[in-house]
Design a protein around this ligand. Sequence first.
Ligand code: G4P
Length: 549
Amino acid sequence: PVRIRKNRPAGAWTIGDKHMSDITNEIKKRRTFAIISHPDAGKTTLTEKFLLYGGAINQAGSVKGKATAKHAVSDWMEIEKERGISVTSSVLQFNYGGYCINILDTPGHQDFSEDTYRTLMAADSAVMVIDASKGVEAQTRKLFKVCVMRHIPIFTFINKMDREARDTFELLDDIEKELGIATCPVNWPIGSGKAFKGVYDRAKKEVELFSDTKKGTAMGEVQMVPIDAPETEELIGADAKKILADEIELLDGASAEFDQELVDKGQLSPVFFGSALTNFGVETFLKHFLKMTTSPLPRMSDKGEIDPMEEKDFSAFVFKIQANMNKAHRDRIAFMRICSGEFEAGMNVYHVQGGKEIRLSQPQQMMASERKMITKAYGGDIIGVFDPGIFSIGDTLTTSKEKFAYEGIPTFAPEHFARVRQVDTMKRKQFVKGINQIAQEGAIQIFQEYNTGMEEIIVGVVGVLQFDVLKYRLNNEYNVEIRLENLPYEYIRWIENEDVDMDHLSGTSDMKKIKDLKDRPLLLFAHEWSIRMTEERNKGLILSEFGRS
Ligand code: G4P
């Protein structure tokens, strides 16, 4: 809902155009994308292989070795290690082929789809990693759908082709049906599992042969042979060649043609096949992807569209706040996406929502749990700055004389609610501080009973795992133990009427009256039909799914 795309083909600029200023040149090199997948589909492995090609690591396996199998590069919190899921997201930057690439990692579980959505707000495109033996899994549906909601280009990498895969047509069908987005295979797998021979490049009409990459530790040598070449049959086998020919014929007749404009609008997903583990098809994917994806896009503000190619001043918005990420650094970091201009460490910027000028000190870029201080960054980059508690998600910072604010980031309506009780009531202060900070990060939403005082707190979350994270973090970071009592409600509605008489509101038996931290009245419902019934019983009542900020 937020960004307006300009009809500008990806890669339309030549890098190094001497008429452009240095800053614009830097921005044009940027490719900022989010990577999203079901846990275990191979997101970490693929990211690692990208880094290998980018020269950021020398040998694959150094980021995630066997011994630390579940302690992936982006896993910060203990809870992630315990449950083997990624709760928070991190950012990686590397250079490849003249591009400066920013990868935003996203949580691998749909209970954190809101966090994924916020991360997608900071990205210009998304890469979905799908396990070829599984397709779109039930748990991932919601996660991938937020990708589609964001209307950015979506690229699909179908991974683990070195294992027995599902039928390729079925896989594509699955993506189209589940996500409501058309697919366009850029290449096509030749067999799978032990019989995996490589991929067929549809545009070049060449076969890229699966080569030995020393179990994926080294960059593969890409060996291409034209499909019509006499040696192809020998190289991939007569049967495989026949099957490939039949499949390609079927595919050419049935699949959508590549259309950059539809890709730009997020309506057509280019699909690639490969095996991240054995390092096959990774560089091919990266090369095509970098050409097809976009450089930093314009974003909407209250003063109209801000185009990084025209706006000279620095501007950025906060998309994520995270406290106590690392025990060694007990502080709060606000992550911002730079939308235009150049960032320099220690510069003064205007914080639009706070209404004052501030100095951005200790800027950092995150390399998983390691932090790297940075001195310069450009539009398209993501930086983390120390937050003394002044930022909120969606805030704008700029050096522009003409102040503007970027469009906000929508919050998701919570779907699960629980009453929170402290085990040790003496620790009230820590409890209030902890729960408020976690709420500011956007991980939970807090409410109160409508009639009683502050004592009873009700927490709403988008996914139930967030309850576990809350409990864990309060205990670990604030030394507060809580008990959660699950409530049966699933729907939340804010009351938009200014003058509503809450005491005489006639609701349903499965309804509960609560209020938010700004004392605005809300209703919780266990059943969807009760919402309509309540509206009918109280003429003129206006209920909305989202609270006004
Ligand atoms: P995630 O970040 O999406 O959760 O997935 P991750 O990369 O951690 O990969 C999950 C598992 O799948 C890992 O195995 C990884 O080695 C394996 N894997 C990733 N890509 C491929 C591939 O292309 N082919 C095959 N066959 N396997 C792949 P693991 O057992 O959890 O770890 P490990 O003991 O193998 O290191």
